[in-house]
Design a protein around this ligand. Structure first.
Ligand code: PBG
Length: 337
């Protein structure tokens, strides 16, 4: 072996002790960046565990308030709300979405009344309210774009009136960010921000979430059984840049990529394409994977979840939606490795 030139470069010098490793750490993910998604149900003092999401439950509004208080104590102050509706309230036209007294609007009012400093983020899409399980209106086997955008804009105004800080269209209809911005502005809700689900992929990792809301698209003769005509194809990354350009032009305040871990390249691509904050959603199936493997003793939950979340931040996400927000916040306080 030939003589190596000295001094050698020895990157291991900076990995030698915990203090040095922490000193040169490049990515620091704090609870400030996290958003906790919450599932709502009607009633009092009700908690229904979600089968494939250990540690998560559908909660009645009183218990949601308790959970928000608990989260704030751990440093997590932002919440994304998803209503799990009584099936009797779901219709093909998703009419309950526009009821100002629906479960979601009541929850927003309750949280903002009890905890004004909480950041309440509402989901703009029709699937929790649709008996067909689609994010938009369905006619003759198609998901209607412009008609859906009209309904979504009205929904956004309702959520703003209920007190939402941020509305988050997760439906992937074309042109909805501009329409929602215009509707909010003409309703004097100029301070309500928009997190656009810019690159939302047609993903198998939404499975546990659809169980939680009982919102899987129903396959019927005149209803598509998947969301592939509006959610993006897994194989596409350039298309995410096109969506990002459009959303930024249309007035989005934050751009989101979803799911997160299988799309780290897309997170990074959008991080480089815009100066807007980038959010990423570690979705139900990503959470379930870590939980299930840990429950089997196949990996260490805390280290595995930490690695996934820091990886998402390292790729370029400023904001992370994660069901593990409280776990992470507690670990972080105990000074994660
Ligand atoms: C639908 C919506 C979905 C999620 C959030 N909003 C699922 C879907 O598109 O079917 C999934 C979130 C998760 O899996 O954690 N508007």
């Amino acid at each position: 072996m030939p003589e190596l030139p000295r001094p050698w470069s020895r990157p291991r010098r900076l990995r030698r002790t915990a203090v040095i490793r922490r000193m040169v750490r490049e990515t620091r993910l704090t609870p400030d960046s996290l958003v906790l998604p919450l599932f709502l149900i009607d009633g009092d003092n009700r908690s229904q565990p979600v089968g494939a999401m250990p540690g998560q439950a559908r909660l009645s509004i009183d218990l949601v308030l308790a959970r928000c208080h608990e989260a704030l104590q751990c440093g997590v102050g932002a919440f994304a709300l998803f209503p799990a509706l009584d099936p009797a309230l779901k219709t093909p036209d998703a009419g309950e979405a526009l009821n100002p007294a629906n479960l979601l609007c009541r929850a927003v009012r309750a949280i903002k009344a009890a905890i004004p400093e909480a950041c309440v983020i509402t989901d703009i899409a029709l699937d929790p309210y649709s008996s067909l399980g689609h994010d938009g209106l369905v006619r003759n086997g198609s998901i209607l774009n412009d008609e859906t955008v009209d309904v979504l804009s009205q929904m956004a105004v309702l959520h703003a009136e209920a007190g939402a800080d941020i509305v988050a269209p997760s439906d992937m209809m074309d042109g909805r960010v501009a329409a929602i911005r215009a509707a909010l502005d003409s309703a004097d809700a100029t301070d309500v921000a928009i997190i656009s689900y810019t690159a939302k992929y047609a993903s198998a990792f939404y499975g546990p979430f659809r169980d939680a809301l009982d919102s899987a698209p129903v396959a019927a003769e005149d209803v598509p059984g998947d969301k592939k005509t509006y959610q993006m194809d897994t194989a596409n990354a350039r298309e995410a840049s096109i969506e990002a350009m459009l959303d930024e032009d249309e007035g989005a305040d934050i751009l989101m990529v979803k799911p997160a871990l299988p799309y780290l390249d897309v997170i990074n691509r959008l991080r480089r394409a815009t100066e807007l904050p980038i959010a990423a959603y570690q979705v139900s199936g990503e959470y379930a994977m870590v939980k299930a493997a840990a429950a089997n003793g196949w990996l260490d939950e805390r280290a595995g979840m930490n690695e996934a979340l820091v990886g998402i931040a390292r790729a370029g996400a400023d904001v992370i939606f994660t069901y593990a927000a409280l776990d992470y916040a507690r670990w972080w306080r105990e000074n994660l490795p």
